[in-house]
Design a protein around this ligand. Structure first.
Ligand SMILES: Cc1cc2nc3c(=O)[nH]c(=O)nc-3n(C[C@H](O)[C@H](O)[C@H](O)COP(=O)(O)O)c2cc1C
Length: 167
């Protein structure tokens, strides 16, 4: 089913950026999860985007209770298009719901409390791991640089899915 709206949960802004880019590309209205319940009727078909926290797409379960989720995007530190099986399992996303992983970034100026602590621990843990995979190497570089990898090109797969999907 084609989505009628885009709903997102973002902590530091990368997921919101992707949601707004997708809104411009598709012409769909975009809502933050908190305001979506007031703006959309229950069961509306939506494309849901949430940031990744411990391989879990934040807010997916709440979105699935309110709306008919046609597809999910998880925005994290990992490379674009990777970690799909792990994230699907951790978030309990049904096998028939398409899942796309988009690379976001890190902005420590916006991280607070426990989230800041966990990111510092993750950075230290990766830095001290002598047997890092290539993906973990790239993740460590990103964590050290405090960079954003948000870009239009990362949306190619989801745009292709959207264009192919029928009403
Ligand atoms: C506490 C914490 C846990 C995270 N866990 C993951 C993870 O498991 N996998 C991943 O790829 N990124 C993880 N990230 C990185 C975020 O998903 C990434 O910074 C994302 O771009 C945040 O999106 P936002 O700016 O919309 O909040 C984590 C970040 C924090 C703060």
């Amino acid at each position: 089913m084609k989505p009628a709206a885009i709903v997102y949960t973002s902590n530091t802004g990368h997921t919101e950026q992707y949601a707004r880019m997708l809104g411009r590309r598709t012409g769909l209205p975009v809502f933050d999860m908190c305001e979506s319940a007031k703006q959309l009727t229950r069961g509306t078909p939506v494309l849901y985007l949430g940031w990744l926290h411990a391989s879990h797409v934040k807010g997916f379960q709440s979105a699935a209770k309110c709306f008919s989720v046609c597809a999910v995007c998880g925005v994290g530190l990992c490379d674009n298009g990777t970690m799909v099986d792990e994230v699907r399992k951790a978030t309990l996303i049904p096998a028939e719901t398409p899942l796309f992983i988009l690379q976001g970034g890190i902005d420590r100026t916006k991280l607070k409390g426990l989230n800041m602590l966990l990111i510092s621990m993750l950075t230290r843990g990766l830095a001290s791991n002598k047997k890092r995979s290539e993906q973990e190497d790239r993740m460590l570089e990103l964590l050290k640089k405090d960079a954003s990898y948000v870009c239009e090109e990362n949306l190619a797969e989801i745009i292709e899915w959207y264009e192919k999907t029928e009403q």
